[in-house]
Design a protein around this ligand. Structure first.
Ligand SMILES: O=P(O)(O)OC[C@H]1O[C@H](O)[C@H](O)[C@@H](O)[C@@H]1O
Length: 268
C-alpha cells in the first residue's frame, strides 16, 4: 500500500505518497539502480555557519516506517562546505509511456480540491489532475532535482487540466522539460505579464529560463508525461501565481486548444 508522509516534499503542499516499487513486466529494468546513497566522510554533521539554511531536511529523503527499506542518511563533508552532500552515483528507470519511475520515487498527487481557485470554474468532483514523481536528491545548489509529471486528460468547464504553475523562489534558476508522451502546452510568464507558450510533444525539449513562471497544460486525450530537471535550490513560489493567476488560460474552443487572456489575471 502507498505510504503517505506527514510532510510535503520541498514545501510544495499537497498529498505526498511513496508507492511500492513499480513493476514493469514488459520493460527491461536495468540492474543496479539503487536508491541515492550518501557517502559518509565526516562526523561534523551539523556544525554549520551562521545563516545556513538546510535546503533539504532529512524527512524528505528517508522513508520512515517502511519495513525492509533503508533510510537515507546524508552527512555534510565540512562545516564550511559548498558541497554538503556527496552522493554515490545512481540510476533510475523511467517508463516513457507512463512516466513511472523505478525504484521508488516520492510521489506528489494534486487533485481538483488542491487546485481550488486555479481554474476559472469550480469543479464539482475531486478527481486527480496530476502527479509528480520525484527522484530524491538534496534540494541544494550542487544537485539537480528531476521528476516526471503526469498530467491527466480532462477539463474543468472548457479549461484543460494543468499544473498549478510556479516561479522559482530563487528567480534566476532555470529548468528543462523533455516531453515523453502525450501532448500539451507549456505556458510561461514573466512577472510583468509577458507570456510565451510552447508546444509539448514527445521528443521536444523546452527550456525555461530563470524568471519565467511555468505551467503545463494537457490539451490531448492521453496523459501528458514529461521529465523536468532543475537546479536543486530553485525552490517554489506558488503564492504569486495563486494570487495573480497566469496572464493567459488554455481553453477548448471548437474542439481544439486556444490560448486566451485570463479574465481574472491581476496585472502587477
Ligand atoms: O509544481 P507545479 O507547478 O504543481 O508543477 C508540477 C511539476 O512540474 C514539473 O515537474 C516541474 O519541474 C516541477 O517543479 C513541478 O513541481
Amino acid at each position: 500500500m502507498a505510504q503517505r508522509l506527514a510532510e510535503p516534499v520541498g514545501g510544495r503542499g499537497g498529498a505526498v505518497r511513496v508507492p511500492p516499487p513499480v513493476h514493469l513486466p514488459h520493460q527491461h529494468v536495468p540492474q543496479g539502480v539503487p536508491r541515492p546513497r550518501a557517502v559518509r566522510r565526516s562526523r561534523q554533521s551539523h556544525a554549520r555557519g551562521p545563516g545556513h539554511r538546510p535546503a533539504c531536511p532529512p524527512r524528505d529523503l528517508g522513508r520512515p516506517g517502511v519495513p525492509g527499506r533503508r533510510r537515507i542518511r546524508l552527512r555534510p563533508l565540512r562545516s564550511d562546505h559548498l558541497t554538503p552532500h556527496l552522493l554515490e552515483p545512481f540510476s533510475v528507470h523511467i517508463d516513457f509511456e507512463s512516466g513511472l519511475l523505478s525504484p521508488d520515487p516520492v510521489v506528489l498527487v494534486r487533485r481538483l480540491s488542491s487546485l481550488a481557485g486555479y481554474f476559472l470554474q469550480n469543479a464539482d468532483t475531486d478527481s486527480e489532475v496530476y502527479s509528480v514523481h520525484e527522484i530524491r536528491v538534496p534540494a541544494e545548489r550542487d544537485h539537480l532535482l528531476s521528476s516526471t509529471t503526469i498530467v491527466l486528460p480532462g477539463k474543468v468547464g472548457d479549461e484543460y487540466y494543468m499544473t498549478k504553475g510556479h516561479f522559482h523562489a530563487n528567480r534566476d534558476r532555470s529548468e528543462i522539460y523533455l516531453t515523453l508522451s502525450g501532448e500539451g502546452l507549456l505556458v510561461m510568464a514573466l512577472e510583468n505579464g509577458t507570456t510565451v507558450t510552447k508546444e509539448m510533444r514527445p521528443g521536444v525539449v523546452n527550456y525555461v529560463p530563470g524568471h519565467w513562471a511555468h505551467r503545463s497544460v494537457n490539451t490531448g486525450s492521453e496523459p501528458l508525461v514529461f521529465y523536468a530537471v532543475y537546479i536543486g535550490d530553485a525552490g517554489y513560489d506558488y503564492a504569486t501565481i495563486a494570487e495573480r493567476g497566469f496572464p493567459v488560460v488554455v481553453v477548448d474552443r471548437d474542439g481544439g486548444p486556444s490560448v486566451v487572456p485570463n479574465p481574472r489575471y491581476l496585472a502587477p
